[in-house]
Write a protein of this length. Sequence first.
Length: 481
Amino acid sequence: MGLLDRAGARLTSHPEEADILVVNTCSFIDTAKQESVDTILEMARHKTSGSARKLIVAGCLVERYRDEIRKSIPEVDAVVGTGELESILEAAGLTMPAAPASSSPFTILSPTQVADVRSGLESRAATHKSDIAYRPEGDLREQQGRFRRDDWQGATHLLPTYLYDESTPRFLTTPRSSAYIKIAEGCDHPCTFCVIPNLRGKFRSRRFESVVAEAQSLVARGVQEITLIGQDTTCYGEDLGLKDGLATLLDELARIPNLRWLRFLYAYPNRITNKLLETIAKHDNICKYLDVPLQHASSSVLKTMKRGAGADIFLKTIEKVRAAVPGIALRTSFIVGFPGETAEDVTVLEDFIKEAKFDWLGVFSYSHEEGSAAYALEAQVPKRTIESRKRHLMKLQQKISKQSKQQWIGRELVVLAEGESEETPLLWEARTQFHAPEIDGKVYINDTGELDALEKGRFYRAQITEAHDYDLVARITSPAL
Ligand code: SF4
């Protein structure tokens, strides 16, 4: 969006107003693929009705089904994979030097032009690939076939190598006070249920200075909360030869004046180092929040998932985290119904959830993905069993969450006001440092104290007055901080 905006396109979120439609897709599980395809078909209708001139499909679905998308949905004019973001301009016809004069600034590419664009991209990707130093684990896993796409008909065999930098234009769609920064791309882990490495490529970190420069410029634009993301942020910098890369990066970013909240998502469990925890504890503006997807707790399931460890090891890690950063909020997610998962495995997971008492927890149904190593496993768990296991565990977590949220009543905390509640204008929605944007429960403000009104994107002090299963209710106790 930043590139298109810089090139002079006016962006709209109303498809009926658009000349060019861009569908950014996801492809990591079946439901995401279905949603992506449904959206493409919905957008294609705007093209057939004549209201839009052009339809571009971008993102992970392109990495997986590049040729198939164009073959099966002829309304699609161009596809842009995850490794070729900059080609969105060429695909949109915005910078084509030989664009024919027309009343529209946009040009529809012919199949030959599209083929030219694609071969240009592939040769750029091949050149770029030789410039990048990967982690030894990534190189080894590549030799072992981790990133192979040979069976993916219609996909290019070239893995994405793209990384944006601080000079890449960005168009923020998040509220003015918050922004995400992607610090790394790709993943070298061998998790057998996951095709993300095949879609996104080998792990590669953005340059340290580039991330710092981007964070500084976002804060200068009024951003007060930064969330660092990547498939595995805890590997950050290993390919750059940095020791304790994420901790060092957090330490540097936390010093940016006026950055109030800094957090990172998606820690790999065995990469939570003492240095990382010390850094979280050391800075007031690093949120006391850790999202560590564990995927399961039964050691036999984790072994087949090629993730290793088990409940005992995880409990020790959690103990270490809580001791180093008292009061830290922990989020995790689990997959149920992985092939071969038995009722005993679920009991192990259940006991673990009871003991670990996570602040936030998600349970996801296993999705059998063609192209993943687990696709070859035969001991499938029936769908109904998967759904009943999921319901059971979520109910358990609901009880745990309800009890723990009661302990929040009376606490006075800093909250970020996010705007009027979608449910009723009588309530405002807010978050504490223990709530990541868009993921965790909410804090509803039903009493603005001495203030007539709240301001979106401002921080206030608030006292928690009620607690529900996942959400909290609070009243403002002091004006904007
Ligand atoms: S660490 Fe995450 S992204 Fe990487 S392979 Fe495992 S599940 Fe997939």
